[in-house]
Design a protein around this ligand. Structure first.
Ligand code: PLP
Length: 419
């Protein structure tokens, strides 16, 4: 590595994915493009999004209700068109995935199906300090079953003075509580530290002791390669507005492993999950679609789904393997430039590339908020977490090595660290 503009530009020239940046609108300020390292919060707008929206608005305008059934791309099968790229991105069979609802809604649906507490086995193992919405969902599910969250939730924390978890500690906790656990549910990639968990090992351990396991993939999907089917994860869910670039509040998705498809699990049902061939017979008695589709509830939001479809096509075309290769280099370069700066900062994201995605979480010892404002003023968009953390996510679809170098320059040159 070399800390120079020339070196960064050389890496950009050698980047096989460099043309993908052209597929996105890069936000600007005063006519100059911002350095957008915030794809972990809201991915950028694909240039094809507007066209996808216009197309469906046109169908609605011209055909009204016939849009559901008529034309090249009837709305009735819009979810079908998303399943193939989604399956490719999360490592699943198309029947195991389906876009629907929003993330927290899907989490509730999946808890209804997979959290089946019994007299002896009622506890849920999770990680302490997981994303708040997940914590609230777990807590409320436990209460709706008449149980006490304080006794029912089992949270695994990092060891004292360590910012991230050890897989062995999670596996040991599953082993220790094997007779009282009903479910393991946690993030696959932790939103705050950027740590990737060893989902394969956690799923293997849970399977060994007969406990279902589910992962929240909000920060993992489109960021790291996933093999949900091969890992035999029981279920998973994600949102599409972070690394999948499907727009603010875009459609979520869920995964249900094939081995559960024939089970007819308890679920919260709606007519959109009803056997498609007979849905419009409007008869009594719920008959689910096979696979993940059977968890659908409502008429999909066609406009949001159209943007999702357009965005998924880009990620699928780039391919998760190529994205991952670039991502490791890009994030490694950012890490290296920060280390070169010699400033009083600590990167809490694991140094091992296998244990992280593209995000680095940086603790600033002093004046963190001022350093962050300084970055923002200089056109660098990251995100700030109280009390002292800056998260920067160079995303391989649209960020460049030159941008990483420039961020390193601005941070190194910031007088806020010492003043
Ligand atoms: C972003 C995120 C969410 C957001 O949930 P919504 O229902 O889409 O608002 C949930 N969980 C995690 C881990 C996240 O990172």
């Amino acid at each position: 590595m070399e800390n120079s503009l020339e070196f960064a530009q050389q890496l950009d020239r050698a980047d096989p994915l460099r043309s993908f940046r052209e597929r996105f609108y890069i936000p600007e300020r005063g006519g100059k493009p911002l350095i957008y390292f915030c794809g972990n919060s809201l991915g950028l707008q694909p240039k094809t999004a507007r066209q996808a929206l216009d197309q469906e608005l046109e169908v609605w305008q011209q055909q009204g209700v016939e849009g559901w059934f008529e034309g090249e791309k009837p709305w009735l099968s819009i979810h079908q068109r998303c399943k193939k790229p989604l399956a490719q991105i999360v490592g699943a069979h198309p029947s195991e995935v389906c876009p629907m609802n929003n993330l927290t809604v899907n989490l509730h649906l999946l808890l209804t199906s997979f959290y089946q507490p019994t007299q002896n086995r009622s506890r849920i193992l999770t990680i302490g300090g997981d994303f708040p919405s997940d914590q609230y969902a777990l807590e409320s599910h436990i209460r709706t079953r008449g149980l006490n969250p304080d006794e029912t939730l089992l949270e695994v924390f990092p060891r004292p003075h360590e910012p991230t978890w050890r897989t062995d500690d999670i596996l040991a906790a599953i082993e220790q509580h094997r007779d009282s656990l009903a479910l393991v549910l946690m993030s696959g990639l932790h939103y705050y530290t950027g740590q990737v968990f060893d989902m394969a090992a956690i799923a293997r351990k849970a399977r060994e002791v007969g406990i279902p396991v589910g992962f929240d993939l909000a920060h993992a999907v489109g960021n790291i390669p996933l093999k949900l089917h091969d890992w035999e994860v029981d279920f998973a869910f994600w949102c599409s507005y972070k690394y999948l670039n499907s727009g603010p509040g875009g459609v979520s998705g869920l995964f249900i492993h094939e081995k559960h498809h024939a089970e007819n699990r308890p679920r919260l049902a709606g007519w959109w999950g009803y056997d498609e061939a007979r849905r419009f017979e409007m008869t009594k008695g719920f008959v689910p679609m096979p696979g993940a589709d059977g968890w659908q509830l409502s008429t999909p939001s066609v406009l949001a789904m159209a943007v999702h479809e357009a965005a998924l096509a880009i990620t699928a075309e780039a391919g998760m393997d190529a994205l991952r290769r670039k991502s490791e280099l890009l994030t490694g370069f950012l890490e290296w430039t920060l280390q070169q700066s010699g400033l009083p900062l600590t990167i809490i994201t694991p140094a091992n590339p296998a244990e992280r995605g593209c995000q680095l979480s940086i603790l600033i010892e002093r004046n963190g908020k001022t350093v962050f404002s300084d970055l923002t003023e200089k056109g660098i968009i990251g995100d700030w977490r109280e009390p002292d953390c800056i998260r920067l996510a160079p995303t391989p679809l649209y960020n460049t090595f030159e941008e990483v170098w420039r961020v390193g320059q601005v941070i190194s040159g910031s007088e806020r660290f010492t003043s």
